[in-house]
Design a protein around this ligand. Structure first.
Ligand code: SF4
Length: 308
């Protein structure tokens, strides 16, 4: 497993060098809309996994190529705050990069209730937490959390983070039709968002492949939700902008070219081609639908094989 991928072009972060610390698919949630796939190891226990020698070497090798980087982003295939001593890794990245790039952490908010996690996150410049529900019932329906993670803890964690964190907080809310897009839910979101007071809010829609088919809310509903929560919030209406679509086409070509020559796992494709795990997921899911590749499980690993 490589610890870094990209830089990939992200709609909000520009060229983002991804840091993937957690193996696929270890997470504290099993979200209905997850693009990485179904959670196979559900846990809220923090662990230390990174091989620091490899981690430092990979980063130095990438920097030697002088790629364009706007952010270094801790995200990837699972929840990054599950990694213990995240602050230590952020400090290592800052030292090696001589503080040239801002550090972003994308989190599902599950561990923000913990003081140690919030303390470690203080090393970041930007935190992008998610909040997909405005009540406990919807939270369990959408995020399907690990034992011990409650809706109350998520909200308390976000409020505490805002009080303690001096950098930017950009809150993300995934809107799912008939699950959390009612007026009642929007009013509850408003109540919570006012307490969290993030610097930016973005509404996301489930436009990318997910383990189950999800419906999109109508434009009227989204406009109404926006009006209730905050009329200035952004809506990621289409998943990809023009430049990102171009990148995705390039990624598709690279993946197809690779699979024509040899079978590969998702990790092989991410590591060998330097692509974002989510980007690779979109491409392979599309290829399977189009019958261009097939999946085969060998020794408990899923391989993608080109249908030549
Ligand atoms: S928190 Fe993120 S990685 Fe984990 S299941 Fe949800 S969407 Fe997937």
């Amino acid at each position: 497993m490589s610890y870094f991928y990209g830089p990939v072009l992200s709609r909000r972060l520009g060229f983002s060098l991804g840091v993937d610390l957690i193996p696929k698919k270890v997470c504290s949630f099993d979200c209905l809309y997850c693009q990485v796939g179904v959670t196979t190891t559900m846990t809220a226990r923090r662990f230390f996994k990174v091989d620091l020698v490899v981690f430092k070497k990979e980063l130095k090798d990438i920097l030697r190529k002088q790629p364009k980087i706007d952010y270094i982003t801790f995200s990837g295939s699972g929840e990054p705050t599950l990694h213990k001593d995240l602050d230590k890794l952020i400090r290592i990245v800052k030292k090696i990069t001589k503080n040239r790039y801002p550090i972003c952490v994308i989190t599902n908010s599950s561990l923000l209730y913990r003081k140690d996690v919030r303390k470690e996150l203080k090393e970041a410049d930007l935190i992008v937490p998610s909040l997909d529900a405005a009540g406990a019932k919807t939270f369990h329906e959408i995020n399907r959390p690990a034992k011990g993670i409650t809706f109350k803890k998520i909200v308390e964690g976000l409020i505490a983070l805002r009080k303690e964190f001096k950098g930017q907080i950009w809150l993300e809310i995934m809107i799912l039709a008939n699950i959390n897009d009612s007026i009642k839910e929007a009013k509850e979101f408003k109540r919570i968002v006012d307490k969290v007071n993030p610097d930016k809010i973005q509404l996301n829609l489930p436009v990318r492949p997910a383990p189950i088919k999800l419906k999109l809310s109508s434009k009227e509903k989204i406009d109404k939700i926006k009006e209730i929560i905050d009329s200035n919030i952004e809506v990621a209406e289409s998943s990809l902008n023009k430049e990102q679509k171009k990148c995705l086409v390039n990624a598709q070509d690279k993946i197809m070219e690779y699979l024509r020559r040899r079978p590969a796992t998702l990790d092989d494709l991410v590591g060998s081609l330097g692509l974002d795990v989510k980007e690779v997921n979109i491409c392979v899911n599309n290829f399977i639908k189009e019958n261009k590749i097939k999946e085969k499980v060998v020794n408990k690993k899923c391989y993608y094989i080109g249908n030549n």
